[in-house]
Design a protein around this ligand. Structure first.
Ligand code: PBG
Length: 325
């Protein structure tokens, strides 16, 4: 007599059956596309470590955004590459700063597109740190004031969501108060709540010219070994008024996404970061992996882990593949 067993394969026999029992779906509404805006004219400079990703000047931005809209992607997140940097990151909160101008231009041309403004100083500081520096130390409370100015200037320029990525303590509360005081009570905060000090940001720092000139970010970004601490970070952001929570990077941190999913009902964002993109692109270019299959499997994994939304450089490709399905 054969031992009894369960026939799991019954539900895998045809594509239609598999569709019916599928638990997780990636949809175009889940995707957020990052854009790097830069000074100058007629600039569309590909980032060497991120094939398919470009630094764009304002006069080349709308064409890119029209493609995003045509693909049905609901939102973009903006990063700026200023012409001049200084030790207080003035470009971040200049009302004529590169991101502020991009926001005004895009809000006017495409009012339906959701504009998310990354809120940090590192692209604008000469030392490349996310806050003010004194005697080699990254100052917390003194930095908050500048982040608030940045957030208010971004909201004034047309940002629909402020996404602070700086990992200073108290940043969500400070920005919430600042926005409320300036008449932006309705502007949500997408907090980079759980952001690790990760080597996967390498290509982004090339794209955004934001590598720290000395030291590293380990006194403010989280230790990759910690997940209980991630819950504490999320708890303080929730208490301070975060509307969205985020985990960054994604692939090496799927358990962290799951932990936050189970602890909080808030919309949860996974940031599929530059190094994760670069690895897939490099392997695909060598013919070592099937890019489309690997990207969709990766995004599905983030959703399955608990993400509602994914910031990803693959967004345009994924949207195209989803349309073709
Ligand atoms: C700014 C910021 C970084 C990323 C998003 N916002 C870089 C960093 O913290 O060094 C990384 C994004 C990516 O790697 O795709 N603080």
């Amino acid at each position: 007599m054969m031992r009894e067993f369960i026939r799991h394969r019954r539900l895998r026999r045809s594509p239609a059956l598999r569709r019916m029992v599928r638990e997780t779906a990636v949809g175009v509404d889940d995707l957020i596309y990052p854009l790097f805006v830069t000074e100058g004219h007629n600039v569309r400079r590909e980032v060497p470590s991120m094939p398919g990703v470009f630094q764009l000047s304002l006069d080349r931005l709308n064409t890119e955004v029209e493609e995003v809209l045509m693909l049905g992607i609901p939102a973009v997140i903006l990063f700026g590459i200023p012409e001049h940097k200084d030790d207080v990151g003035s470009g971040a909160y200049d009302e004529a700063g590169i991101v502020q101008r991009a926001l005004r231009q895009l809000k006017k041309a495409y009012p339906e597109l959701v504009l998310i403004a990354d809120n940090c100083l590192c692209e604008y500081t000469s030392h490349g740190h996310c806050g003010l520096v004194r005697d080699g130390e990254i100052l917390n409370d003194e930095t908050l004031e500048l982040l608030v100015r940045t957030a208010v200037s971004q909201a004034e320029a047309g940002a629909d969501i402020i996404a602070p990525s700086n990992m200073m303590d108290g940043f969500v509360g400070a920005i919430r108060d600042g926005l409320d005081r300036s008449g932006f009570k309705q502007t949500p905060i997408m907090a980079y709540s759980v952001k690790y000090a990760s080597a996967f940001y390498g290509p982004f720092r090339e794209a955004a010219h934001s590598a720290p000139a000395f030291g590293d970010r380990r006194t403010y970004q989280m230790d990759p070994a910690n997940v209980r601490e991630a819950l504490r970070e999320a708890a303080s952001d929730v208490a301070e008024g975060a509307d969205f929570l985020m985990v960054k990077p994604s692939l090496a941190y799927l358990d962290v996404l799951r932990a936050l999913r189970e602890a909080y009902p808030h919309p949860l964002v996974a940031y599929n970061v530059s190094g994760e993109y670069a690895m897939i692109k490099a392997a695909a270019r060598n013919g070592w992996i099937d890019e489309r299959a690997v990207v969709m499997e990766t995004l599905t994994g983030m959703k399955r882990a608990g993400a509602d939304l994914i910031i990803t450089y693959h967004a345009k490709d994924a949207a195209r593949w989803l349309q073709a399905e």
